[in-house]
Design a protein around this ligand. Structure first.
Ligand SMILES: *Cc1c(COP(=O)(O)O)cnc(C)c1O
Length: 367
């Protein structure tokens, strides 16, 4: 096609966006057994009750879902002790993050996040025409003083992944409160607590209290890391005026019928969630220790994954390790785009997968 012909052009800034590249899910040809450890999925799978609920709704897929996902909001509210009117459900929490950017950012505005933060923030900030501001972390952890120092009169949103992906580090809640206290009242603080269920620390909070008592804080959550990544269910909890704004912008049926029914069944299956969290607690600690014994540096993680750093020599680099592991069916996540060219992120998979990776890396590092 001739380039001098007029044709539709995206808004300024859209073509500067680097599209999100999900983790690999396939192994090289010839590998028979594949362990996907690249997307922080639940190795225990979905709740059997969610599977059953999804099966049931399949027979009635001609019916539109309830556009407000009322029963799902009520189930979430019930489990967490919240008012369902302060919840918005979404097609994964990614959607809610995008809606927040679209609703509160305009060209000329700035939005702040940390240098190794979850990548979708930057994408949605740019998609809204605003300026992404990445601030330095300290020891692979969000630095509250650095975030506060980056706030200008143009700042409209601060995104904080707590815990963060791909580092797995978290900010104690006293620090989050200090961040909130230091922000101007017109800046929206988005607490992305995608891994909240997995965190086992006394000084951690997902943000329910703060979002429930402030006019400028929302907490986002997801069902994806607990076994329903494919169903795409996320939610936001926050003040009424933000819920009202988001409800005007979101698609009228943004959560599909299967997601609603599977989500209700899943959040009520507390035993499945407890099993998933217990599995993670055990194998996260084990694998962190084993990899450290192999001489690899592991960023201390409270999530359902670990960030593994590789030696400087080319033969034992993250890229070489990725090739070696992939050839054996272990699919990890390259994190160069997150500012870690020599690290791999690994989900806490099944015992078989986790032991397999440790054994394979033992041989790899000796080679
Ligand atoms: C996985 C993840 C999400 C979003 O997941 P959805 O599948 O869209 O709900 C959000 N934030 C972080 C930090 C994540 O790792």
């Amino acid at each position: 096609m001739k380039q001098d012909q007029p044709r539709p052009t995206p808004r300024a800034g859209i073509m500067d966006i680097e599209a999100y590249v999900p983790g690999k899910s396939t192994a090289p040809a010839g590998v028979t057994k594949v362990h996907k450890l690249s997307a922080n999925e639940n190795p225990l799978g979905p709740s059997p009750k969610a599977i059953e609920a999804a099966r049931k709704v399949a027979a009635k897929l001609e019916v539109y879902p309830d556009g407000s996902a009322r029963r799902l909001r009520e189930a979430i509210a019930d489990v967490h002790g919240l008012n369902p009117a302060n919840i918005v459900c979404s097609n994964g929490s990614d959607e809610i993050l995008g809606l927040l950017a679209q609703t509160y950012l305009a060209p000329g505005d700035e939005a702040v996040f940390t240098e190794h933060a979850f990548m979708v923030y930057k994408i949605y900030i740019q998609a809204a025409g605003a300026k992404p501001i990445a601030v330095k972390e300290t020891e692979e952890r969000a630095d509250i003083d650095a975030i506060l120092a980056a706030v200008t009169p143009a700042t409209r949103i601060v995104f904080l992944a707590n815990p963060n992906n791909p580092t797995g580090t978290y900010v104690p809640f006293q620090e989050v409160r200090r961040l909130h206290a230091g922000l101007p009242k017109n800046v929206l603080l988005v607490l992305d607590a995608a891994y909240a269920e997995y965190v086992r620390r006394n000084d951690y909070e997902a943000g329910i209290e703060l979002a429930g008592s402030s006019e400028n804080v929302v907490m986002t959550r997801t069902f994806s890391k607990l076994g329903l990544g494919g169903a795409r269910i996320g939610w936001m909890y926050g003040p009424a005026h933000i819920v009202d704004a988001i409800n005007r912008v979101r698609g009228p049926f943004n959560v599909n019928a299967t997601a609603i029914e599977a989500g209700i069944a899943a959040i009520r299956d507390r035993a499945h969630i407890e099993r998933s969290v217990a599995h993670n607690e055990k194998w996260l600690a084990w694998v962190s220790e084993q990899l450290t014994l192999l001489g690899l540096r592991v960023t201390p993680s409270v999530g359902n994954f670990v960030l593994i750093h590789f030696p400087d020599d080319k033969r034992h680099s993250a890229a070489a390790a990725d090739d070696y592991l992939s050839a054996r069916g272990y699919i990890l996540r390259r994190v160069t785009a997150y500012g870690f060219p020599n690290a791999l992120r690994m989900s806490i998979g099944t015992e078989e997968a986790i032991r397999g990776v440790v054994d394979a890396l033992k041989t790899f590092l000796k080679s």
